[in-house]
Design a protein around this ligand. Structure first.
Ligand code: SF4
Length: 365
């Protein structure tokens, strides 16, 4: 395999890409707009300098690719409410701790005495449930096709071991339906999609057939500089074609049909449902609800909570940023009232959020 971080190869690709982009910009009479639909891409594009290098020709905008950022405010409130329940241990990935709910966040709840623990996997939460049989352990499921199979496995493991005090609150989501919703927006102003390599490992190239049917330029790409630049080159090339296909530029890990075992695991434990996304709203088949076969593990059904009235953070533009209709720089709070130390919205909390990425890598450009 070539070295996908190779500087010489990256320079060659850049020299090939820039004239293509210049030509496309001239033809369109404006800068191009490509959307990346993955928080890992958002970080990789900024960290490698690709976003600022190509800024004269193309706006590389972030879409709904950060799972923490797209979690609806009412789900965040629901998750925080578990921390206030008696005998409950809440387990979560670290970047959920500071996501602001309408009245509190998990970090504050822990400071007030709630038992909130950071875990690295859903199955670690099953271990906690085994160690604390007198408590109910609620794992907060936030993620896309990449992490959801791990949650499914944890539920199956709990079932096998007959663990009765482990629960999951699933805000897990499916990525292709969100891309389709953006495509259906007549004002979307997107010229092409850089599709997530990690999600595509599970859904395969086949998972993006609606994008292909819409004849939208789209390339599945990896995360190293050579991956990014070659994917953007292919994306620009696709623009000039009459009939487009979703290009798989991450063949070393993405198969046409995806990972059928992971997909089967998701199908066994979850069923697709309508789910609300921050900024986008609710739309069908975009969420993963725990299948009724496993409903004894469904925290939403088994542990009733009192939620506050949902309020969005005032002035926060996360919803618009997630849809690709604004950049972090367009938010008046960016870098002033809102910083990673004092985040107002989820896009500044998560390490894969656009605002925290722009704060870390793009602020001084
Ligand atoms: Fe929200 Fe802060 Fe981003 Fe503004 S800078 S959109 S307040 S997260």
């Amino acid at each position: 395999l070539p070295d996908f971080r190779d500087t010489g190869m990256s320079k060659k690709l850049l020299n090939k890409l820039v004239p293509e982009l210049e030509q496309a910009r001239e033809k369109m009479g404006r800068k191009l707009r490509f959307m990346e639909v993955c928080g890992t891409h958002t970080v990789a594009i900024s960290k490698s300098g690709v976003r600022s290098l190509l800024a004269p020709y193309v706006d590389l905008i972030s879409g709904p690719g950060c799972p923490v950022c797209v979690t609806d405010q009412s789900d965040i409130d629901h998750m925080i409410a578990f921390a206030g329940s008696e005998d409950v241990i809440v387990t979560t990935f670290g970047d959920m701790m500071k996501v602001p709910g309408s009245t509190s966040n998990l970090f504050q709840e822990r400071a007030n005495g709630a038992d909130v623990r950071v875990v690295y996997s859903a199955s670690e939460s099953v271990d906690i449930a085994i160690k604390h049989p007198d408590k109910r352990v609620v794992f907060l499921g936030v993620g896309f096709e990449t992490t959801s199979p791990g949650v499914a496995l944890a539920i199956l493991w709990a079932e096998k071991q007959k663990i009765g005090n482990f629960f999951v609150y699933s805000a897990n989501k499916l990525t292709p339906p969100a891309v389709n919703v953006l495509l259906q927006d007549p004002d979307h102003r997107i010229d092409g999609f850089l599709l997530p390599g990690n999600v595509s490992v599970v859904v395969g190239r086949e998972g993006w057939m609606d994008v292909e049917k819409a004849n939208m330029p789209a390339v599945i790409g990896g995360f190293e500089p050579v991956d990014l630049l070659s994917s953007l080159y292919l994306l620009t090339e696709e623009m000039s074609k009459g009939r487009r296909q979703v290009v798989n530029n991450y063949k070393r890990v993405v198969k046409e049909e995806g990972n059928t075992k992971a997909a089967a695991l998701l199908g066994e434990v979850f069923s697709p449902c309508e789910m609300a996304w921050r900024g986008i709203g609710a739309f069908p088949e975009s969420g993963l609800r725990i299948h009724h076969r496993y409903e004894r593990y469904d925290a939403a059904l088994q542990i009733p909570v009192d939620k506050p009235v949902t309020k969005l953070p005032r002035g926060c533009q996360c919803g618009e940023i997630i849809k690709g209709k604004a950049t972090p720089f367009e938010c008046k709070l960016f870098g002033r009232a809102c910083t990673p130390q004092n985040p107002i919205g989820p896009c500044m909390v998560s390490g894969e959020g656009s605002c925290s990425t722009f704060y870390t890598y793009e602020r001084h450009q």
